[in-house]
Ligand binder design. Structure first.
Ligand code: UD1
Length: 418
């Protein structure tokens, strides 16, 4: 089992290029199957989750080729509409392939998706939306058989919660539906906008992405397109937190400042100096991080749940007490016991509130990544801790962060993979 070893206490400096967004790449790869023809997707990060999506594409009959960070998908020969359990279990996002299969074949057979165990993560909103679009859904021993015998019908869907995955799935299923689909209370994340831009390049008719009401008018003909995935705002925030924790000054090139609007003020409130100049986002760490009195995770444009763990790691050395409320997922504090092993003083109340009493120092320890962002949080803490930290179970980190040891080494961190 691979691990990451970090000798902390070295300030970071220099510049690093930001990777493409995992959460954009996954639905866009699924969309490439929905539209047919050849799609060329640039800035596709090299991650195990992206490889899992490529395996699904190949399973259903697409031809794929990776050239560096470009993935070429030829979906003209796609013919299968089942995804076996072993592929579904590799990641949560495998569920967006269901919308893509419904758009392409009017049918899809899948099992429950896998992914990080950060909560119950039901798919009821996805399924009830498909049912409203005329899809018959039968469940047998955990396998969902979905068929739309009279085709997918556009309809009005009001989401009880602005679920990212459900919004994407509905958009995918609706691109070739009969008539118009209107999603109310849609998720507004930048990744939704990226998906809509790709679909529109393919001939789809999607409007309103990035706002609460998204309209998708079904079209008869779609084809592949060329597209560049947006940069990863969550990885940007992770690098910023690494700098804040270790000290120093780091420039991230390729960050989209607008996507980081809910995140930057939090780092500024913690005492970091953040400057956007010449396509770079520069973070300058203060001598000591200030506490954040209260921070609550919210759907976009609120503070993202995916940045909660890394900010908590940063705040564990803050001057004062910070209170973090996690309201998106029920089980997203699994990094807390690991941070405590490193000397952090954190108590969780009611399962969804973490009270972080800032300590003067963290120390190295043997810790274990429990999910993707929780694993990144341990690296953030380790960079600012005294002595050596060994992080186990780093396959979680590899699901979303490309070559973290290479990126952080070029910024002066003492980090290696063993
Ligand atoms: C996506 C992101 C993930 C991020 C999350 C919230 C991808 C690949 N993953 O996950 O990194 O943390 O958005 O920003 O893009 N829910 C239901 N029923 C449903 C669907 C969701 O109750 O049918 C609930 C979930 O349990 C959760 C909340 O809605 O409590 C948010 O989930 P959702 O927005 O769907 O997250 P994902 O798409 O899984």
């Amino acid at each position: 089992m691979e691990k990451i070893i970090i000798n902390g206490g070295r300030p970071l400096s220099g510049k690093t290029e930001l990777q493409g967004s995992k959460n954009s790449a996954l639905p866009i790869l699924a969309a490439a199957a929905a539209v047919g023809g050849v799609s060329v997707i640039h800035n596709c990060p090299k991650l195990t989750d992206v490889e899992a999506a490529i395996k699904i594409l190949e399973h259903i009959g697409c031809k794929t080729k990776r050239e560096g960070h470009t993935v070429i998908v030829d979906s003209s020969c796609a013919e299968r509409f089942d995804i076996p359990e072993r592929l579904m279990r590799e990641m949560r996002s495998s569920i967006v392939f269901l919308g893509a299969l419904l758009a392409r074949f009017g049918a899809g057979t899948v099992s429950a998706p896998g992914g990080c165990e950060i909560g119950l993560r039901p798919i009821d909103l996805h399924l009830s939306s498909f049912a409203a679009m005329g899809v018959d859904i039968t469940e047998r021993s955990g396998i969902l058989e979905c068929k739309a015998p009279s085709g997918i019908n556009g309809c009005q869907i009001s989401l009880a919660f602005p679920s990212v995955g459900a919004t994407e799935n509905i958009m995918l299923a609706a691109v070739s539906a009969k008539g118009e689909t209107v999603i109310t209370n849609a998720a507004r994340e930048p990744e939704i906008v990226d998906l809509a831009e790709f679909l529109n390049k393919c001939g789809a008719c999607v409007s309103g992405a990035g706002q609460s009401i998204v309209r998708i008018r079904g079209v008869k003909k779609l084809s592949g397109a060329e597209h560049r995935i947006i940069s990863d705002r969550i990885v940007a925030s992770t690098i910023m937190a690494c700098c804040a924790s270790a000290g120093g000054k780091v420039a991230v090139s390729g960050a989209i400042t607008e996507h980081l609007a809910p995140i930057i003020p939090v780092f500024e409130a913690a005492g970091c100096k953040i400057t956007a100049q010449g396509g770079e986002l520069i973070t300058e760490a203060p001598k000591r991080i200030s506490r954040i009195k209260s921070l609550r995770t919210m759907p976009y444009p609120g503070f993202p749940t995916d940045s909660q763990a890394i900010v908590m790691a940063m705040l564990s050395k803050a001057d004062g007490t910070s209170v973090i409320s996690e309201k998106i997922f029920e089980n997203r504090f699994r990094h807390v016991p690991e941070l405590i092993k490193m000397g952090a003083d954190i108590r969780v109340e009611d399962g969804c509130v973490a009270v972080v009493e800032g300590v003067k120092k963290l120390h190295g320890a043997r810790v274990s990544a429990c999910d993707l962002r929780g694993g990144c949080a341990l690296a953030v803490a380790a960079l600012g801790a005294e002595d050596k930290t060994v992080i186990d179970n780093i396959y979680h980190i590899d699901r979303g962060c490309e070559a973290p040891e290479a990126r952080l080494s070029e910024l002066g961190a003492d980090i290696k993979r063993a």
